[in-house]
Design a binder for this molecule. Structure first.
Ligand code: GYE
Length: 306
């Protein structure tokens, strides 16, 4: 090859791809691990320039961030939609600008599904089913089992779908009743507040199902404050399986957690590069996951990274 060809090839290969990532917030330790995973995967890839912004739990702010990415003419936008709806306009703007959009970890509800390219994350309905299946197998007593559900952010895909999967399995089994279903925002504080409220009203359930570990840890504090023993007097189950949840399981305070893997960074980077290279990519990239109980947590606590 002539020298001219070599230089032009080099300039092409050193051009970095701009990836705009609109993070939903800093609500949980799952989110912290997810954000870190994206940063790390981008840092390790010399072909990527990562522009990461945090919407701090506000949809308005997240829309603003995405509009800003469009103005900056990034090559790919990846974002975690805080709630399922309300994205039609801004994603149509991205489409007009020719910028492909990746949904990371949470899904959207849109009229026009051509506004996004791929969803990378977990099957939340299945996570809800897994929590309920464990409960069915470990039914604490004969007679009716009263359950308090602590929901994640209203209108968010994980809250809607975990609830749906949980209810689906319980409805097929006799002897379970959700006596209260409170809406929080995936934070420890909301879990604690909601659980205190329920307990103050004089309701003592046999089971608490929290939509994530942080809320479960908050509920555990509230239960302890009333002198009851979480994990024994009240069974506590949740979703995510973070290191903090493992520790709570080892302490006997949390009974089980359904795994939800936050380490999506490498897959997001790969999908972004494939899109820019014009490759076909799958519409759904779903992570394989399991569940952890007090018995299995012992084995994995030391190797858990998040
Ligand atoms: O379970 C929760 C979080 O969207 C899957 O959001 C995510 C959820 C996760 O803050 O901890």
């Amino acid at each position: 090859p002539s020298l001219k060809q070599i230089t032009s090839h080099m300039s092409v290969s050193t051009k970095k791809m701009k990836l705009g990532v609109a993070v939903v917030g800093s609500e949980s330790s799952w989110r912290a691990a997810n954000t870190e995973s994206i940063k790390n995967a981008a840092v390790q890839d010399l072909g990527i320039e990562l522009i990461m912004q945090n919407a701090e739990g506000s949809q308005e702010k997240q829309i603003e961030i995405i509009r800003n990415f469009i103005q900056q003419k990034v090559d790919v936008i990846a974002f975690t939609p805080i709630v399922e709806s309300g994205w039609d306009d801004v994603l149509a703007e991205a489409k007009v600008a020719g910028i492909p959009v990746i949904l990371t970890d949470r899904k959207v509800k849109l009229e026009d599904d051509s506004l996004w390219t791929t969803f990378i994350g977990s099957d939340f309905v299945e996570e809800g089913r897994r929590a309920a299946r464990w409960l069915v197998e470990h039914k604490p007593m004969s007679g009716e089992t009263k359950i308090v559900e602590l929901q994640g952010t209203a209108g968010s895909a994980p809250a809607i779908e975990r609830r749906q999967g949980f209810e689906e399995v319980l409805s097929q089994n006799a002897g379970f009743r959700v006596i209260a279903s409170e809406v929080g925002d995936f934070t420890t504080e909301s879990g604690q507040q909601l659980m205190s409220k329920v307990l103050q009203q004089g309701t003592i359930p046999q089971v608490v199902f929290a939509h994530n570990d942080d809320m479960a840890l908050g509920a555990i504090k509230a239960i302890e404050q009333t002198g009851l023993k979480p994990g024994r007097d009240v069974i506590v189950i949740s979703v995510d399986a973070t290191k903090l949840a493992f520790q709570a399981m080892l302490a006997g305070k949390l009974n089980m957690s359904v795994e939800c893997n936050p380490l999506l960074g490498p897959q997001i980077i790969k999908a972004a590069k494939d899109l820019v290279a014009g490759k076909e990519i799958p519409v759904n990239i779903i992570t394989a996951e399991s569940i952890f109980s007090q018995e299995t947590a012992k084995r994995d606590v030391s190797t858990r990274k998040y």
